[in-house]
Design a protein around this ligand. Structure first.
Ligand code: NAD
Length: 335
């Protein structure tokens, strides 16, 4: 094995670890996402060529970063994973082919198509309809306890609607800052001579991970649910059929679900959804960095399963990069 490859692998891993730490733990990215993604793909490519050199602590095997010590820790009994990425139609078609082959080329797919909200993944636990805990994704297995902060988000119900509810329902979704609130908040900060946030994602992360929930309460945060985690549902209330149906149930129970979500049939319609959202991106009230396309049928999801850090049945189909390194580096961050 060439020494040069080993060295290249090590350098890429170190660099990506450092960027991840700045991004996830310090909420203070130092390079644009596109640059991170480029290095990540380079690492993935090298590892594909030399699978014997994959280490269990490689960034390709992990999700996010370890939680900050200052918050209490919450362990996720069902891990909060990441998503595989597609950057163009060829990547998407490879994703589709891989799934079709695994299901003997006989399956038809319904896809739940969702905007990929640019915020922070959180898991909110309801027991008999009452919000009891909220946590960040952290490294996917252990997150930070941000219950008090999440309770200040007005869109998040403290109590679910409906008489019959699962005994335990973990709702997963994205906390983000809508653009109007972000602009207003930064205008006010600028007028008062205070620091401004670089972008809405950074603002949402900084707001949610405040140790003082009174500060979080003043921040215009929003939440959309997009998945279900651990469930204890002896009455079988939650749909066992499809992801889309589950999201509609969450909505009935009072949880906000993104109104742009659509159920479509087949790859062509999923691609059309991507194009449509890409075109309307600048008119949306929040920032997104792509769409997420998920196989909706839960039996198919189960048959497809997971790889190291992501499900095989979903893909984040990213939009072309928008942000520039200069804008990221020019603006001071507030954490
Ligand atoms: P990801 O952002 O590619 O996808 C997973 C995340 O998507 C989920 O955790 C969730 O928060 C979010 N999401 C939004 N809408 C969703 C929906 N409808 N359904 C499911 N999930 C949804 O993966 P990641 O592991 O969070 O992060 C990797 C990305 O983060 C990279 O691609 C890179 O762009 C960025 N990153 C940047 C830096 C940097 O230094 N700039 C460092 C690390 C990571």
């Amino acid at each position: 094995m060439s020494q040069a490859i080993l060295q290249q692998l090590q350098q890429l891993r170190q660099q990506l670890e450092e960027y991840s730490y700045q991004y996830y733990v310090l909420d203070n990215p130092t390079v644009p996402d596109a640059e991170y993604d480029r290095l990540y793909r380079q690492l993935q490519q090298l590892e594909t060529e030399h699978p014997q050199l994959i280490t269990s602590d490689s960034p390709t095997q992990r999700v996010g970063a370890a939680p900050l010590a200052k918050f209490g820790q919450v362990s996720h009994s069902i891990p909060m994973l990441s998503l595989d990425n597609a950057f163009d139609a060829a990547d998407f078609s490879a994703f589709y082919k891989r799934m079709a082959e695994r299901l003997d080329n006989s399956a038809e797919f319904s896809f739940c198509c969702e905007p990929k909200l640019d915020g922070l993944a959180v898991s909110i636990r309801y027991e008999n309809g009452i919000l009891v805990q909220a946590a960040t994704r952290g490294d996917g297995y252990t997150g930070e306890d941000i219950t008090s902060n999440v309770k200040t988000i007005r869109a998040v119900p403290l109590k679910l609607k409906g008489k019959a509810l699962p005994a335990v329902l973990e709702v997963r979704g994205e906390v983000f800052m809508p653009l109007a609130g972000f602009t207003q908040m930064n205008d006010r900060a600028r007028a008062a001579g205070e620091k401004v946030f670089a972008n809405p994602r950074n603002a949402a992360a900084g707001s949610l991970r405040q140790l003082d929930p009174k500060i979080s309460a003043q921040r215009p945060l929003m939440f959309y649910a997009y998945a279900v985690g651990a469930v204890d549902d002896p009455q079988g209330l939650l749909s066992s059929q499809s992801h889309y149906q589950r999201l509609m149930q969450l909505k009935d129970w009072g949880l906000p679900v993104c109104p742009e979500i659509r159920l479509v049939s087949g790859a062509e319609q999923a691609l059309a959804y991507y194009q449509d959202i890409l075109q309307r991106r600048s008119q949306l009230a929040y920032e997104i960095d792509g769409v997420v396309i998920k196989v909706s049928d839960l039996a198919q999801q189960q048959a497809l399963g997971f790889v190291a850090r992501a499900p095989r049945w979903a893909i984040a189909f990213k939009f072309p990069a928008q942000e520039m390194l200069t804008t990221l580096l020019d603006v001071e961050f507030q954490v």
